[in-house]
Structure formats: structure tokens, C-alpha cells
Design a protein around this ligand. Structure first.
Ligand code: MLT
Length: 261
């Protein structure tokens, strides 16, 4: 489905009924990464998954896209759908956007699930790596992201033994317009520290993390859970950064238990 939100046309899914659960995807993917979760949850909840600004079927105007800008887009979608409050599930970049959303619109969040993400901002080294990646995309296209990111997103085992998963993730990366990838990289580079958001979080928090996540390892999830007043952590064995895709059953069980509790 498509809606006009702020200055862009936004693609999204909206299935099922009941309490709303909103899924915010990782970089440089799109809402299709949530298919295993949407299929499992839509019989029990209203599941909403937007393509964030710059990705999937959402327009990709010139960036930078701040995390706050993407959070405002999500708010626009919730307003359009008449959703007063929702559980937010954000993985990696989606987690950065979820934390910005919690800072700006805390009354709209009933529960927070942060998967394979972090609350801290980019280090100087990480900022320099973003600038380098922006230049490489501008020179050679988004294909450069495939080799740069696949080994960081998926475990070696998945890369060697699950060609369909690799193909799905590769397709999503390649479908991202260069302006979208660059806009998000610049926004992530300059994102704020959200540790204070965690400290003051008024709702319960579940941090999910793949045991083999090399981008945001389990120690980061544990730290986030202990920073929030009401946080807990769930580590998924045999999963890397895209824990929801590599181990969908384990990810879904953790999600269902937390959302139903
Ligand atoms: C993601 O998976 O969304 C990215 O790895 C986040 C990042 O680059 O910081």
C-alpha cells in the first residue's frame, strides 16, 4: 500500500487486527525483511511495516535523512492508520529510528523491542567509514554494499549453506536507490546518542540479539537492557546481525512471548 506522508510517498504493509506492532527495518534493506514476522504475528496482532524513507517502495529524495525525519514519517503513517499507540520493533537502523521515535513521541509507544542495534552514536572511525561508503556508492552504485555488508549481516554458516537467504538479502540491497542509501548513511553518521532515551523509557523493553552478531554484539544488547528501567535481553543462538531472518522461529517466539506478556 502507499500513502503520502510529509513530503514523500511511503510504501507499507498493514495486516491483521488487534494491538498494533510496527516493524522498522535495517539498512540497506526494506520491509520485506520482516516477512517471517508478519506471517507469524498477523493472526494475533495488527502488524504494520513501512519502507523507511529511501528504501523499498518509499521515495528516496536527496538526503541526509536524520533518524528524527524517519521517525516523523512513521508518526505520519500511524496517524494515517488511526493507530494511537503501538509496540515498536526496530532492527539495527530501525532501532535507531525507534529510539528517535521514543524520544519524540513517547506516548505513542506501548512496548519497545530493539533487535541487533545500539543506543550510542557513531565513533569518529565509524563516521569516516560512512563517508567512505557514500563516496563508493556515488562512484560505483549500491552494488558495493553487497560485498561490504553481507559478511557483517549474516553468519558464515548462513552464507555458505543458505543460498536463498543470501539471495533475498542481496536482492533487497540491490533494489535500494543510491540516493536512499546515501541519505540514510549520512543520517546514521550524525545520529544522536539515545542512551538517555533508554534511561527514561516509560515502557518495557526487550533487546533481542544474534549470538554471532559482529555489528552490535550481545554485550551491547545486555548493556541497553540494563540501562532501561524495565529491560530484558534475549540472545538468539546461531544468528548474526539479521537474527530475524536467520532464526525466524526463535526470533518470533521471543517476540510473541514479550508482546503477549
Ligand atoms: C543496519 O543493519 O541497519 C546497519 O548495519 C546499521 C549501521 O550501519 O549502523
Amino acid at each position: 500500500m502507499q500513502v503520502r506522508v510529509n513530503d514523500i510517498g511511503m510504501g507499507y504493509d498493514d495486516f491483521g487486527s488487534g494491538d498494533a506492532v510496527v516493524f522498522l527495518h535495517a539498512f540497506p534493506l526494506n520491509r520485506r525483511m520482516w516477512e517471517p514476522q508478519i506471517d507469524r504475528l498477523k493472526g494475533r496482532f495488527r502488524v504494520v511495516a513501512p519502507d523507511l524513507r529511501g528504501f523499498g517502495e518509499t521515495e528516496a529524495p536527496p538526503g541526509p535523512y536524520s533518524m528524527e525525519m524517519m521517525a516523523r514519517d512513521v508518526l505520519g503513517l500511524l496517524d494515517h492508520l488511526g493507530i494511537a499507540s503501538a509496540a515498536l520493533v526496530g532492527l539495527s537502523m530501525g532501532g535507531y529510528v525507534a529510539l528517535a521515535f521514543c524520544r519524540m513521541y513517547p506516548e505513542r509507544v506501548s512496548k519497545l523491542i530493539l533487535a541487533d542495534t545500539k543506543a550510542t552514536p557513531d565513533t569518529q572511525e565509524a563516521k569516516a567509514a560512512r563517508d567512505d561508503m557514500v563516496r563508493r556508492i556515488q562512484n560505483s552504485g549500491v552494488e558495493v554494499l553487497v560485498d561490504a555488508m553481507l559478511p557483517r549481516l549474516l553468519t558464515q554458516k548462513t552464507i555458505q549453506s543458505a543460498p536463498q537467504t543470501v539471495a533475498r538479502v542481496t536482492d533487497m540491497i540491490k533494489s535500494t536507490p543510491p540516493s536512499g542509501a546515501v541519505g540514510a548513511l549520512l543520517g546514521m553518521r550524525d545520529r544522536a546518542d539515545s542512551t538517555d532515551v533508554l534511561r527514561g523509557l516509560g515502557c518495557s523493553l526487550l533487546c533481542i540479539c544474534g549470538a554471532e552478531d559482529v555489528v552490535t554484539p550481545p554485550s551491547v544488547a545486555e548493556e541497553m537492557a540494563s540501562t532501561a528501567p524495565n529491560g530484558r535481553v534475549h540472545i538468539i543462538p546461531e544468528a548474526g546481525h539479521l537474527a530475524n531472518i536467520e532464526q525466524p522461529d526463535a526470533f518470533n517466539s521471543a517476540l510473541m512471548e514479550f508482546l503477549s506478556g
